[in-house]
Design a binder for this molecule. Sequence first.
Ligand SMILES: C[S@@+](CC[C@H](N)C(=O)[O-])C[C@H]1O[C@@H](n2cnc3c(N)ncnc32)[C@H](O)[C@@H]1O
Length: 504
Amino acid sequence: VHEIPDSAQLAELADLLDKRLGIHFAERRWRELERALAAAAGELGYPNVGSCLQGLLSAPLGRRELEILASHLTVGETYFFREPETYRLLETRILPALTREKRGGYRSLRFWSAGCATGEEAYSLAILLREQLPDLQDWNVTILATDINPRFLRKAAEGVYTEWSFRGVPARIRESYFTNAGQGRCRISSDIRRMVAFSYLNLVEDPYPALTSGTNAMDLILCRNVLMYFDTARMRRVIDGLHNCLVDGGWLVVSAVETSASLYQAFETTCWQGVTVYRRRSSSGARPSAPGAPPVTAVESTDLAALASAAPAPDLPPIERPVDLVSEAAAAASTAATPDPREAAKALFRRGLYAEATEQLGPALARDHSDPQAMSMMARALANQGRLHDATEWCERAIAADKLNAEHRLLLAGIQQERGQSNEAELSLKHALYLDPELALAHFALGNIARRAGRLAESDRHFANALSSLEGHGAEDVLPEPDGITAGRLREIIEAVTGARPAP
Ligand SMILES: C[S@@+](CC[C@H](N)C(=O)[O-])C[C@H]1O[C@@H](n2cnc3c(N)ncnc32)[C@H](O)[C@@H]1O
């Protein structure tokens, strides 16, 4: 017998899902919601949709419920080199420009696949880099891939795919980067797998940019086929957050259906060969460029190596200092007249105006050499611009000025990790824990380092320590700087990473 769920209850659940996951179910989609609930009910321990609805609404939604609901409500549809024209653009223009700009200096490249589902997008990018950069080993490359659905993340980390993921992938690519895993499945090569770090991040609830999640100072963010789940207000917030995660001149790539004339006004919009991408504007004026660069050549090849040789990589258009940023900076400068430039810098920092925050702090720090908090903010603002060398210096100054402060060491560890200095980061974290053994974020970071190095038993120990340090905190307590993450959130992230299940 088909039972008709109470529509007031459906509305209440739709509201909850909107708030917690950003998944928006308008009334016309309630049938779909009902079907998803019917599929999830058994797994959630209910005999039917009605009791499931009742149960979910009777107590706050826990992580386990959210995870199960997310896995039935989110669509993980993805495949390698999806929307190939976007990869062509990456290959022929964006990556060559990024690598050319950085070749002379510190060779680091930071990418983020936000809403990565089962990992095909992040691995496609890794393969592209392998194909494109013969001296890849000389670069410090980060590819972060995050999703809200831990099942997808587990599958992604496993790296085993069926035929369905390979629609349109050239045979040569498949032969070079995959091995046969039996039963018609293919396993991604370990070289490529090691290039990608998967982790749990809810774009609606979690803070970013954050050193804790490594979401700062990105050169390129792929956030494709994710924003379309969100309503406009939430889209705006997510786009704003992603904007703040980019370095000046960094790129945001969304899917063709997610482009918009109104939502990306903080960015410079560029369109090549029908693909629209967004670029964070420079806060310190236009960068060098070759005006009148020839347009990208249309390339029809299906082989990535052929693509690489077929298309020259002309210079990118300039990025201009936009009017709105100029006026924002001017408004901020007027606050410089207020007695506390640190407060002005903090406000600028919160709005993602890191270069302006640095400008505020510079003169203040020149006047007053004894303000470790300002030094640490300077370090964070520099780190978020990708200026890791300068960030390290300011962080070390903060440590020298306040030797007993564990949080400065935690910050230093985050910066060191971004520089690819895991050993140094581990030492800084141990030092931080010596000063404050209950610093949960330091245990957490040690757990992440050990996990990435394959030392799983050790990482579980660190995560257990982090969880026990969190015991003294209420779920809504915001943990000490730098990132503003709450204790409850960190607990959920650790549980998602370790696959630990809270008691049902
Ligand atoms: C259709 S897939 C897109 C995969 C890939 N980016 C692509 O374009 O092929 C959408 C992904 O967004 C994830 N997602 C939905 N809401 C999210 C949220 N609030 N935070 C993070 N990820 C979310 C889903 O779990 C799903 O894996």
